[in-house]
Design a protein around this ligand. Sequence first.
Ligand code: ADP
Ligand code: ZN
Length: 830
Amino acid sequence: MPRYCEVAVPVPLRTTFTYAVPESLDGEPLVGRRVVVPFGKRTMVGVGLGESDAAPEATRVKEIAHLLDSLPALPPKLIELGHWISRYYLASIGEAFRAMLPPEIELRQDRAYQITDSGRSYLRDLAETDERTDEESAEFELLSRFDREDSSISSARLRRQLGTEFLADGLVRRGYLSARETLHRRKARTQKIVSWNPAHEGVLAEALRQGTASAVPNPDRLTGPSAPEVRIREVLTAERGPLPLNLLLEKAHVSRAVIQRLEKAGVLQTWEEPITPGEDPWDTDFTPPANVLNPEQKTALEEIWRWIVTGEFSAALLHGVTGSGKTEVYLGAIEAAVSRGKTAIVLVPEIALTLWVGRLVRARFDDRVAVLHSGLPDIERAREWWRVRRGEASIVVGTRSAVFAPLENLGLIIVDEEQESSYKQEESPRYHGRDTAVYRARLEGAVALLGSATPSLETFHNARAGKYKLLKLTSRVENRPLADVRVVDLREEFRRQHRAAPISETLRAAIALRLEEKTQAMVLINRRGYSWSLLCRGCGAVVQCQNCSIALTYHKSRDRLECHYCGYSIRPPKQCPKCHAEYMYFVGDGAERVDEYLRQQFPHAKVSRLDRDTVRTKRQYQQILGAFAKGDVDILVGTQMVAKGHDFQRVTLVGVAAADLALGRPDFRAAERTFQLLTQVAGRAGRGELSGEVLVETYYPEHYAIQLASQQDYESFYEKEAHFRRMLHYPPFTALASVLVRDRKVENAVRWSRALAACLEPFEKKDVKVLGPAAAPLARLRRDYRFQFVLKSPQRTALGKALSAALDFCAAKEIPANAVIVDVDPASLF
Ligand code: ADP
Ligand code: ZN
């Protein structure tokens, strides 16, 4: 009997596709398996979601090509979760499932080109033409080659021979060549591992016993072991086993040639092994602190133990002020899960934190821990992923997508700094890692533990309403005081100084004091680059991106104006592009400028900067953070990267330059973000035995977000902000979604927006408030014109129906799938 399989294929359509199951796969279960399937002219990797014997209605059904793995990549609970993501966020099924799968490292994409019939007739035409243009001659050459070959030519070969595929691509578009995507299996990358040769050991021992160490089987050597050999042996003994070649070279201070010689002599053995993470000296040279839980931590942990023991779903907020020792509670909770034979996931909001948290967790639970984040090379990530899938790791530490870690028997999901907007994915599927974590915990009967010093309004609202349990840590460990926060009124500063420096005089003096005391300071400036914009004093215009409606940021080190959205960049013009006046003027200081200013002011201090311009790799993170933690750096400047989670013991001053930046954003979360950022960064000061001070620079000292952050008064902030949200119908009191319509051509964007407006209008009667279409706050982005609708409803199901209708409408009216972006529970409306 023929079998059919529903496959989720990663294309932006809200349906699955039916494939026939070839006989070669008889008896193979397909649900959860990664399958390679033909799709249009391409080959893609999808996931089997369901099997049936009933023939589908479509006349021609293609066959599954083959299976990628012997084990289903997705266990049943994750399949359920994938369906939920696709429903709740109105995402394409295939894209929802792709987000859950490991990188496809076993495959390499290639294209094979072949001449078509119309290509042959075009070739004949060209042959008869007397005068060919240069382009036609090139085409003639290429098509003749295809004609002679009479079989396909791979893109790799074309690139080798012509240096480019450009010409071939043009011919494909005109139908003269056909192109087929093919996928190839790729060999796994490996590294050389070195170990002491145990067989050699016997010979050596024998020789030593007989007093003739020179009897070792090395014809070159008549004396005892050489110095490098001794060192290698010491290192290999200290590390209790084989080491990767590179690490051994570094630790034993020997050259490759020495290893080769010793290998030949039979002293060492080597073999190739797949690359594994976890041999990082960052991890191995680390001793975790041995803390005794204080009464608050103990109470919280006892509660968590109880929930885990019952084996039922529960969600809880761990609301603990900065420095209250939440991590210690997390570790205890993991212990609870693991001791019941369950598995655990720890989500952190950014890659840098996987280093800190990963190291702590690994120190306690050693090789049962896997780390997953998008910063890993695909090969490493795939290896870790499969290690988890095979059950070799039972604890996963990772960023957003680690919520899909393929653990079975899940007992606990921790979401650290649950309020962070980085948990929201800004491309399809637009899921929220925290909310997905809670849903997954519900599916698996696990405990979801959301930790924060400044919970999101949504989470605190849920805790108040009793939907989430609430655990509190009200004081810092060892009763250390919270840092003392002072607001620096920049208007007054300016009146006194009559000039604007990148940081206030008050902050500068406070830093000078720290340098004298030999403690450390951090400065947060939440803007990258040197200047926010280049302004013409003649006409007042700022230099804008060519593709986006946004000012270009000046980066001095590269001497370029850059767009942080699309990457467009130019040399800063000497004249205004609009009025040609020659009074161009840089405004607004970014992290690069503050960094430079501090180096000028304190030439003897060691200043480091942490932002996306100075840090691109894990190694760089480790270097900068490691140096700061060790005390080798006096002042650390950075963007919000420095604000989160880090635990530096000798920081006694934190300065926040331009603290009110976020307040200027046209977004309903502006106050919340400002409050969170200020509280978080204030929490970096005074964590050790030395007390801390925080200076917050602002032009709006009276704003409630700034006032209440400086008092570190979360509950009052919540009350005030919740009041506004309720009045203005925003989350957590209303379900919110944004629908964005975009196109290169403004006419299309306008036309489609109008059509959608008509489609959405009837839902106004069904409890859905539809605002828009209006030009989006970023009216142009990457060359697209953008219009926005904001949909609100007190009822989530009503909202979902309206959105679903809108997407069906687009599909029916042939509005391209990628022209309309639906974002449920958006992180911001900006
Ligand atoms: P946060 O709540 O801000 O996440 P952390 O978990 O980073 O706080 O803890 C802050 C510091 O307190 C860390 O250096 C940690 O080792 C230390 N710490 C945690 N618990 C205790 C304890 N019971 N006694 C002493 N120090 C502790
Ligand atoms: Zn741009």
